[in-house]
Structure formats: C-alpha cells, structure tokens
Design a protein around this ligand. Structure first.
Ligand SMILES: *Cc1c(COP(=O)(O)O)cnc(C)c1O
Length: 222
C-alpha cells in the first residue's frame, strides 16, 4: 500500500478527536513530502540531528513532534522547531527544558512519559514519580513549559489483554491527574498512546493522539 492510501485509511478509521502523528524517523524527506502532499501535517521524529535536518528541508507549515529520548545537550536542535515533545522522561529534563525555553523566549508544550510496559528498557516515570513531579510544579510552576498531558508505550507483546491493561492504566492515571491538578494545569488534555501494532486498542482506551510509523511508511532501515 502507498503512503497516501495508508494516510487516507487511517484518517477514515480514526475518530475525529484523535490526532494522527506520522512517525517519519529514519525515513527520507522525499517520503515525508509524499505524506505531506496527501494532506498529513503532523510528523514525529526521534533523533535531534535528523529532526533538525528535515525541518530545514521540508515545508514550514509542518507541525513537528519530538517522540524520542532527549538529552539535555541537544535541546537547541529540538526546542525551537517542535510544537510538542511527547517524551519527557525525567524531572531533570523537564526543568532543563523550562530553563532553555525561558532564556530563549519560548514556551514549550510537553507530555510526560509514563512507564507502563513490563520491559525495563522503556523510559518514563512511575506513577509515584509522576505525582511527586506534579506536586512540585503545581506549587511552583515552570515558566518555560506547558505540561499538556501524558504519553506511554505498551509492552511489545502479542497478548492483546496485556496491552489493553497497560493502556487502561495510563488512561486512568490521566484522569486522576486531571482531577487532582486540573486547576493549575490548564493545558493538560492530550493522551498520546498507540503505535502501528496497537493503536486500535489505544483508541478504545481513550487515546487522543496516535504515533504511527510503519503502517504509513513501511519498515524502517536502521
Ligand atoms: C518509532 C516510534 C513510534 C512508531 O512506531 P511504529 O510501530 O512504526 O508505528 C511511536 N512512538 C514512539 C515513541 C516511537 O519511538
């Protein structure tokens, strides 16, 4: 199936409340342009250098999202160019982003990544760490960052029930955070979950944003 066709099918399939992030990491700009010409405007990248290169090669009305692990020494390649960071996975990173943003007159929108999978290799906050962090920033808001929601990745397993359980855990954390901190986190509205293999389950569990690569662009050549 071609890129344009895949995008068309996904747009038909996804509820209108769910945003499609086309994950273009490791794919060349020509393929991104193909998706762009098919009407796609939100693209997700996971490596700072690669993002920076593509930003300069592609149309300026693309909305770039950063979805990978971000090191604090790479902020300048990412923060000025993205409209959302999905993958804030430590308190230190969040505070460094705010510091950079404030000193460069930016306001960075960010999601906090929560560890819901059984795999230890995946990043993210535990629920205790998440609430501790939110307690901190609700008392002393970060000037450079808008915390806009949560992101999570389910385990890479065939067991659909396990995947559903992990997405439900994340969705329930999301509503708890909204209840508890809704007044001070005015922009907290996005729940980023679901990839090529598991997005239908994620959507059923309340995802507002799916991050889909392989289903659109085919396999990645690392
Ligand atoms: C690569 C990646 C995706 C897309 O994965 P596919 O299985 O190709 O859809 C989504 N989210 C994150 C965080 C990723 O790193």
């Amino acid at each position: 199936m071609g890129i344009a066709q895949a995008i068309k099918e996904l747009k038909n399939e996804l509820p209108s409340t769910v945003k499609l992030v086309a994950v273009s990491k490791f794919h060349p700009s020509e393929l991104i342009k193909e998706a762009y010409d098919a009407g796609q405007r939100i693209f997700g990248e996971s490596r700072p250098q690669e993002l920076y290169k593509k930003v300069n090669e592609l149309p300026s009305d693309i909305e770039w999202h950063f979805i990978g692990h971000l090191q604090t020494n790479k902020l300048k390649l990412v923060l000025p160019y993205v409209s959302l960071i999905h993958s804030v996975d430590s308190k230190r990173l969040l505070y460094e982003i705010s510091r950079y943003a404030e000193s460069h007159a930016l306001c960075v929108r960010a999601l906090l990544e929560v560890h819901i999978a059984t795999e230890q290799t995946k990043q993210g906050f535990s629920s205790d760490e998440l609430f501790e962090l939110l307690d901190g920033i609700s008392q002393q808001p970060l000037p450079g960052v808008k915390v806009c929601g949560l992101m999570g990745m389910a385990s890479f397993v065939d067991d659909r029930a396990q995947i559903r359980g992990e997405f439900e855990t994340l969705a329930s954390l999301f509503s708890k955070v909204r209840e508890k901190y809704g007044d001070c986190l005015a922009d907290f509205s996005e729940l980023s979950m679901g990839m090529s293999e598991d997005y239908p389950i994620a959507v059923e569990c309340g995802s507002t944003m799916v991050r889909i690569g392989t289903r659109i662009f085919g396999a990645r050549n690392y």
